[in-house]
Write a protein that binds this ligand. Structure first.
Ligand code: MTE
Ligand code: CO
Length: 441
């Protein structure tokens, strides 16, 4: 969907100078929102009676009905319908100086279910996309091991395989929203997350093949792209559930996602999921100087920094309706839907509020509930056409609950751009349009 506001860098730039895009008082819509709460499904349902419609789309023969279409040889690699051409990743040009060290965003408002299609997974890379012929690719293990080893792709595929669905979220997701509501669409506020099924092998099997020495406590993972991205990861995590993946959603990794292999670090921040993976070095401590780990610490208000904040906190967002996906059908039967996820396990529960967090009702989770994977939730209600302040709040199986943005700022200040898992509010107007706002109590 074209959205003037989000597609126009200048207007977004203006928003930056005035970070609090809009703060609404909860009281404003409370009465109307409250009225919608108790109602059952509407008298006005979702269909139209046949007798009232002499609809030519029903009564007349259409072109697609009359002429034969493309044959089976026309689309050797299938693409979405031409009518879905606006369903694409988008970037925000003013966000970074150069598109080769930048990010684009998953169009969450256009998707459903829990799996992100490969061509729509957001991309984050620091030196552009490396194009590697798998025949020329190697994975090396060196450092504190009994046998330093080099694997070809063929070697890697001889280890036992696993299939796992995991979300990957960049630690900077929602980072622009720390100081106030900023970007007008969940694609931009929350779109640095994707969720696919990985096929790959266990890192544990590779490390065991090399034989980690007792002093080996950390593993440096290194990428083959020009950014020479490296990250230090504790050996316990690597031995627990990390994977070297070569497929996503059944087919080869996309080049953007690290073809031919990437590291999968379930539940942990995206920057550790090294793409174009070419080396593991086992050491006795993290390689902090070398890799500017300091960039991925969270500076608190008092000047102290949180470090090793690897696990992604419980989080959720309503994807529809949202600024890029307004309600266009008028009042009556309405579906609210969104995504919830946690780096600490499964999602136990999602609540939805229609009145800026005064009243909450439990949403329905539908689809697979998997460990460290996104969950899809729905909230079906009868919209009376009045203004709403819609929010979702997730709780994970360990009992962590998503905080309000005010609670988050009280705890962490506003110095960091990382790990913003605060509750998102969309202001739904009477015409069904939606705006990114914050509520203050
Ligand atoms: N790996 C390499 N080699 N180079 C990179 O620039 N970026 C990291 C990580 N792995 C990066 C990398 C960051 S910050 C994130 S959030 C994820 O990859 C993004 O993964 P994606 O592009 O599949 O969404
Ligand atoms: Co990142």
């Amino acid at each position: 969907m074209k959205n003037e506001e989000t597609d126009n860098p200048r207007r977004n730039g203006e928003g930056l100078e005035n970070p609090s895009r809009r703060t609404l008082l909860r009281g404003g819509v409370a009465a109307a929102g409250g009225a919608a709460l108790a109602a059952g499904l509407a008298a006005r349902g979702a269909g139209a009676a046949i007798s009232q419609h002499a609809d030519p789309l029903i009564t007349d023969v259409q072109d697609w009905n009359r002429y034969p279409g493309d044959g089976v040889d026309a689309r050797p690699y299938g693409l979405p319908s031409q009518y879905e051409k606006d369903v694409v990743r988008r970037d925000v040009p003013w966000l970074t100086a150069d598109s080769k060290s930048s990010v684009n965003f998953t169009p969450l408002h256009e998707l459903d279910g829990i799996i992100t299609p490969n061509g729509l997974c957001f991309e984050r890379h620091h030196g552009g996309i490396a194009e590697i012929n798998p025949v020329d690719h190697r994975l090396m293990i060196n450092g504190l091991v009994d046998n330093e080893l080099v694997f070809t792709m063929e070697d890697l595929k001889r280890f036992p395989r696993e299939n796992r669905v995991y979300f990957l979220e960049c630690a900077a997701n929602s980072g622009m929203e720390w100081r106030g509501s900023q970007l007008n669409g969940c694609q931009f506020t929350h779109g640095m997350v994707h969720n696919v099924m990985y096929t790959g092998i266990r890192v544990r099997d590779l490390l065991n093949e090399a034989g980690v020495k007792p002093e080996g406590k950390w593993v440096l993972a290194e990428g083959a792209d020009p950014s020479l991205m490296t990250r230090s990861i504790p050996i316990e995590k690597m031995m627990d559930d990390c994977m070297v993946a070569f497929k996503m959603n059944g087919e080869a990794l996309r080049e953007e996602q690290g073809y031919p292999i990437r590291l999968v670090v379930p539940g942990w921040e995206g920057n550790m999921w090294i793409k174009w993976l070419r080396r593991f070095e086992v050491g006795d401590q993290p390689w902090q100087q070398r890799e500017e780990t300091s960039k991925y610490t969270d500076l608190l208000a008092d000047g102290q920094a949180r470090r090793f904040t690897w696990e992604m906190d419980v989080k959720s967002v309503i994807t529809n309706p949202s600024p890029q996906a307004p309600i266009t059908h008028g009042k009556g039967q309405t579906v609210i839907t969104g995504l919830a996820w946690s780096g600490r396990g499964k999602i136990a529960r999602v609540d939805v509020s229609l009145d800026g967090g005064r009243n909450w009702q439990e949403a329905r989770i539908d689809g697979p509930s998997l460990d460290k994977s996104v969950h899809r939730f729905y909230f079906d209600f009868d919209w009376d056409g009045s203004e709403l302040l819609i929010q979702s709040r997730a709780m994970d199986e360990q009992g962590f609950i998503q905080p309000s943005k005010d609670e988050l700022r009280a705890a962490r200040g506003t110095n960091s751009i990382y790990h913003n898992n605060g509750i998102q509010t969309w202001y739904i107007k009477q015409d069904g349009s939606a705006e990114n706002v914050e509520v203050s109590s």
